[in-house]
Design a protein around this ligand. Structure first.
Ligand code: FES
Ligand code: FES
Length: 175
């Protein structure tokens, strides 16, 4: 029986640990051990990008990373973006601009977009297309995805312009 190694990482803000074989890929750790099945597997050639997650703030294809390499890291999957009740602006943008059809590529697309918008909140169309270079969508022809990203970027900027509520702040500063 192959030797197992302990790994600890933070996934979507929660501490997670497992004993794993050194050959296990990050995508399998996320899906099979931690049950974050929003991260999809669309190929076995590291090309489709459906498995894209954020690893220490950078978008990576989780099928190209060994799980042991992620030991001690912070990972965000599509489940960590928002909730059903409170969608992340990227999810809202895709919802409102129909940025998907079958949805298989969508988790990876959204994580690539998340990385893009963290680095560049007002990307041009060609910057959006370039950022999506590593993620293959078989359905949409990309136009609606690009429009969804532009809409998401507007939603985030609008959110940032909103003044912070002082409703619960008393004169003494207590909440
Ligand atoms: S599953 Fe296709 S690139 Fe990872
Ligand atoms: S929406 Fe079907 S693969 Fe992209």
């Amino acid at each position: 029986m192959a030797k197992k190694y302990p790994v600890r990482l933070k996934v979507n803000g929660k501490d997670k640990s497992a004993e794993i074989e050194p050959r296990l890929l990050l995508v399998h750790l996320l899906r099979d051990e931690f049950d974050f099945t929003g991260t999809h597997i669309g190929c076995d050639t590291s090309q489709c990008g459906a498995c894209t997650v954020s690893l220490d703030g950078k978008a990576v294809k989780s099928c190209t990373v060994l799980a042991v390499q992620a030991d001690g890291s912070e990972v965000t999957t599509v489940e960590g973006l928002g909730t059903r009740e409170e969608l992340h602006p990227i999810q809202q943008g895709f919802w409102e601009r129909h940025g998907l059809q079958c949805g298989f590529c969508t988790p990876g697309v959204m994580m690539a977009v998340n990385n893009l918008l963290q680095e560049n909140l007002e990307p041009t169309e060609s910057e959006i297309r370039e950022a999506l270079d590593g993620v293959i969508c078989r359905c949409t022809g990309y136009q609606f995805i690009v429009e969804a990203v532009q809409h998401a970027s507007e939603l985030i900027r609008k959110q940032q312009r909103q003044p912070v509520s002082t409703e619960n702040v008393t004169a003494g500063g207590d909440v």
